[in-house]
Design a protein around this ligand. Structure first.
Ligand code: ATP
Ligand code: GLA
Ligand code: MG
Length: 510
């Protein structure tokens, strides 16, 4: 059997072995300036819960945030380090445990997501149809994750109301926020039904590793960045998330307070479950197969397997490192191995893999189906390797003390610009709207700007000096939002652009 990387986090790293905290006030979750708005939002949630489930008390509220990724795009499933941070926008799940009807009821404050109920006994064997986009599948994935952590425990009846402030399909990982909060709500409900303390519901490390595997049940072969950022998030810090040899969050701080991160949502919705076969899941196949071909051609031996799926570029990197070949050496060899700029047909890939086409389809394309004419091994591999290098460089600049502030932010900004260019031309996960917003941001003086998250729509992140934030926001309003989305209300516009700070990860409110 091939060796494998697993997602078990190193215990004790930055509190990852600690339990998900239980809090009892909003000031333990949000920044001071956000509290008045959150108080109103949480009150609306409570009012709606009372209306929906009369006479039932909220036993607890499970909460997990979205994230924004600063650098390291589409390299988490190749097991290279990434640098996200949790944001204030989150998913809240208010739960009443133990009503007599023996049902799981899932209601949502947004009318886009209709109420659904399940008999509890039907949930011991969950089959998720990953071929359809169904919002409750994300909750059911959370239940599967809870089973993975606690064994097939008996779930008590749960009446839930979900409220999400992370835009869906907006590149800020509403999906991981929802799956992580769902998993957390199920383990907390089990504790609550047994009158056990919620303070020991689950460790952060277990929540992350189970949520990573669980989210794939919705039909997207995603990496682990989103769940790690959502659960491990630390206020005031970005997280360098390491995946190999073990999952490990490392807190990272930025110098000074003269800069801001501005998130601007293109408002082009990118549902990854829907476009998976031609976008996300296809990229995972292209990077996996290219890594395995590279290992074969360069006689590197068997690569460790990621979660039962296949080899990774991190595995390739580690093998070359044993021969003292560095990243630049690997990149130039990769260009020699994958010399067909136009890409590879399935039959060409099969020859290189020394497998039949049917075997490749069965092994790499059956659980997460894909559609393609040519597999773009060269472009995707170069992006992955260079993006991994950019994360290293970004983190090394964060540690530099000799640069003055202007040079420090400009150097970080340049890496963000390079990352966007690579996502656009090599990884082909950008779109016109993302390109337009990032260009406008640079024109208005941002140090750097790039797409964040999976791409193909969703959001951008720009690093900008505080004194230029208002002119950047005005430019985006005038040149992008008013022209591209002329019917947008003031409230929608306010939600589309936000200045963000690193926030706290998952909590149980009780
Ligand atoms: P990215 O993965 O690029 O960062 P994302 O996570 O927002 O962005 P998807 O992974 O495509 O995008 O997940 C979006 C899906 O998650 C939605 O279509 C919906 O099914 C589900 N979802 C997320 N938040 C909620 C919510 N608050 N209520 C109901 N469903 C939600
Ligand atoms: C999505 C996935 C992540 C990651 C990003 C791209 O958000 O869920 O695992 O791959 O896309 O960096
Ligand atoms: Mg997602």
């Amino acid at each position: 059997m091939a060796p494998s990387f697993d997602f078990k986090p190193q215990s004790g790293i930055n509190g990852s072995s600690k339990a998900v905290p239980v809090v009892d006030s909003l000031s333990q979750i949000y920044s001071v300036s956000d509290i008045p708005h959150q108080q109103q939002r949480w009150q609306r949630l409570r009012d709606k819960f009372a209306e929906l489930y009369p006479g039932e008390e909220i036993s607890f509220i499970a909460r997990s945030p979205g994230r924004v990724n600063l650098i390291g795009e589409h390299i988490d499933y190749s097991l290279f380090d990434v640098l996200p941070m949790a944001i204030a926008q989150d998913v809240l799940i208010a739960v009443h445990v133990g009503s007599a009807d023996n049902k799981l009821r899932l209601a949502n404050t947004s009318p886009r997501f209709p109420i659904k109920e399940f008999a509890i006994e039907a949930l011991q064997e969950i089959n998720i149809d990953s071929s359809v986009l169904e919002w409750t599948n994300y909750f059911l994935s959370g239940i599967k994750g809870a089973f993975a952590v606690s064994g097939n425990v008996q779930i008590p009846s749960m009446h839930c109301l979900i409220d999400g402030s992370v835009p869906t399909g907006g590149g800020l990982s509403s999906s991981a926020a929802f799956v992580s909060a769902s998993l957390l709500s199920v383990v907390a409900a089990v504790k609550s039904a047994a009158s056990a303390p919620l303070t020991a519901a689950i460790t952060k490390a277990d929540l992350v590793s189970a949520a990573i595997i669980a989210e794939r049940n919705v039909g997207v072969n995603s990496g682990g960045m989103d769940q790690a950022a959502s659960v491990f998030g630390v206020a005031g810090h970005a997280l360098r998330v390491q995946f190999a040899p073990e999952l490990k969050p490392i807190e990272v701080a930025f110098r000074g307070d003269t800069f801001a991160f501005v998130i601007a949502n293109t408002l082009v919705v990118a549902d990854k479950q829907v476009t998976g076969p031609i976008h996300y899941n296809l990229r995972v196949v292209e990077t996996t197969l290219s890594a395995e071909i590279m290992a074969k051609v360069c006689c590197l031996g068997k690569l460790p397997v990621r979660d039962g799926f296949g080899g990774t570029w991190r595995g390739v990197y580690d093998k070359f490192a044993e021969q003292n070949i560095d990243m630049d050496g690997i990149i130039s060899r990769t260009k020699q191995v994958f010399d067909k700029e136009e890409g590879y047909t399935l039959s060409e890939a099969a020859l290189l893999m020394e497998m039949s086409e049917a075997e490749i389809k069965q092994k790499y394309m059956s659980r997460f189906p894909v559609r393609f004419e040519r597999l773009q091994f060269r472009k995707r591999a170069i992006h992955v390797l260079e993006e991994a290098k950019r994360v290293e460089k970004f983190c090394s600049i964060l540690d530099l003390t000799e640069l003055d502030d202007e040079d420090y932010y400009s150097a970080l900004g340049q890496i963000m610009k390079d990352s966007h260019e690579s996502c656009k031309s090599l990884y082909e996960c950008s779109c016109d709207e993302l390109n337009q917003i990032t260009s406008l941001a640079i024109k208005s003086g941002a140090y750097g700007s790039r797409l964040t998250g999976a791409g193909w729509g969703g959001s951008t992140i720009s690093l900008v000096s505080k004194d230029r934030v208002s002119s950047l926001v005005q430019t985006l309003k005038d040149e992008y939002y008013c022209k591209r989305w002329p019917k947008l209300s003031e409230a929608e516009l306010k939600e589309a652009i936000c200045i963000t700070e690193p926030g706290l990860g998952s909590v149980i409110f009780a």
